[in-house]
Design a binder for this molecule. Structure first.
Ligand code: MG
Length: 380
């Protein structure tokens, strides 16, 4: 039977150490609160069915703003200690009868989906599991001066979410007689074995002012952009048209200042669009003689170079060519290969397709060829 998995975020802390005058989980990084980033990371996992958040009762307004539009369960208020807050959250989840619960810190906004996958794998055979990273730096004990090295074998840095069989952790919290730092510590006190799974450096906890800058940088780096491009060239004298760098025999050529490669122009414009750097006409003015008869590969190469200079990676190209004739299909593979050569993309990230306009309009009357393109860039 399918396991029911719930998320629980404990966001009741008053942590002001990181500055800003409000608890750190309500500070905004990259346009969203830290809490919202953490909640969205859990909700993004297809196996997590519902999400319970525990907050401090003074933070209701902040919470409402932070979670606007998110499919979360009705909020509950935490207690004096972290353990009290977790128990309140677990009790609130009880009625939805989860098999498994993942308990996460609100202050870890950059939780990769892989960390959740690792955890869920480990929970197949364990009642509890925790994502960890091996300690790789040398460890020294001392006070102002180094006193002695510590052995770092089998030492781990613990992260969240910490995953548990729901009934087991609920029981442990209900029976616990002494406070614990976190749920793994509590589980251990109750004699529950906790498996170690692979965490991620990206999944760091925001504690200091510098951590905000780091999180902002990492989240801003997840900049994904889509650009579109459109171009038209009229038929003129000639015996072939050039489309995406491939010469296709035809009863006409295409007229234009350069080689009139309408498809490559659309792709190039889509890239400039994603970068918000104007259009092909601004980069290569049609009244500039040096571009007369130019191979349009030069334009695409320039756009690809700008992508790299701006710190992006070109991720995908989709180009649609609109004409009655010539037939594009037999040449699409060669066009994709040509653009792969220019952009460095693999073929599975380059699409060239064609359509007619059902004999309507200028393309339908065979007066020229139109092309449109969409490109995706990812900040690298
Ligand atoms: Mg053009």
């Amino acid at each position: 039977m399918e396991q029911k998995i719930s998320g629980l975020i404990v966001a009741a802390g008053r942590g002001m150490r990181a500055g800003g005058g409000i608890p750190k989980q309500y500070r905004v990084i990259a346009g969203k609160t830290v809490l919202r980033h953490a909640a969205e990371a859990l909700l993004a996992h297809p196996a997590i069915m519902d999400l319970q958040i525990v907050i401090h009762r003074d933070d209701m307004d902040l919470y409402r703003d932070a979670t606007k539009g998110l499919p979360v369960m009705p909020v509950v208020f935490g207690g004096k200690t972290r353990s009290d807050s977790v128990l309140t959250g677990l009790k609130a989840l009880e009625k939805s009868k989860p098999d498994t619960v993942l308990i996460h810190d609100a202050a870890r906004p950059l939780l990769p989906i892989q960390v959740i996958d690792n955890l869920l794998d480990a929970l197949q055979g364990n009642k509890a599991a925790v994502p960890c990273l091996k300690v790789v730096d040398a460890l020294w004990r001392g006070d102002k001066q180094v006193e002695k090295p510590e052995n770092r074998d089998n030492l781990w840095r613990a992260q969240t979410p910490q995953g548990f069989d729901f009934k087991t952790i609920l029981n442990a919290h209900q029976l616990a007689t002494q406070p614990a730092d976190d749920d793994v510590a509590l589980a251990r006190q109750m004699g529950i074995k906790v498996a170690i799974t692979t965490g991620s450096e990206q999944n760091f906890k925001i504690t200091t002012v510098a951590d905000f800058a780091r999180a902002e940088k990492e989240l801003t780096n997840m900049d994904i952009r889509t650009g579109n491009g459109f171009d038209v060239h009229a038929f003129g004298a000639g015996e072939f048209v050039t489309l995406c760098g491939v010469q296709i025999p035809h009863s006409n050529g295409l007229s234009g200042h350069s080689d009139a490669d309408v498809a490559m122009h659309a792709v190039t414009d889509a890239i400039f669009g994603a970068l918000c750097e104007g259009d092909i006409g601004q980069w290569f003015p049609p009244n500039d003689d040096q571009w007369k008869g130019a191979n349009s590969a030069i334009f695409l190469e320039k756009a690809v170079q700008r992508v790299a200079e701006r710190g992006f990676t070109l991720n995908h190209i989709d180009c649609t060519i609109i004409c009655e004739m010539p037939k594009i299909g037999p040449h699409a593979a060669a066009m994709r290969a040509k653009m792969a050569e220019i952009t460095g993309l693999t073929l599975d990230r380059i699409s060239v397709k064609a359509t007619t306009s059902e004999r309507l309009g200028f393309t339908g009357r065979g007066e020229g060829i139109a092309a449109m393109a969409t490109t995706t860039l990812v900040k690298s």
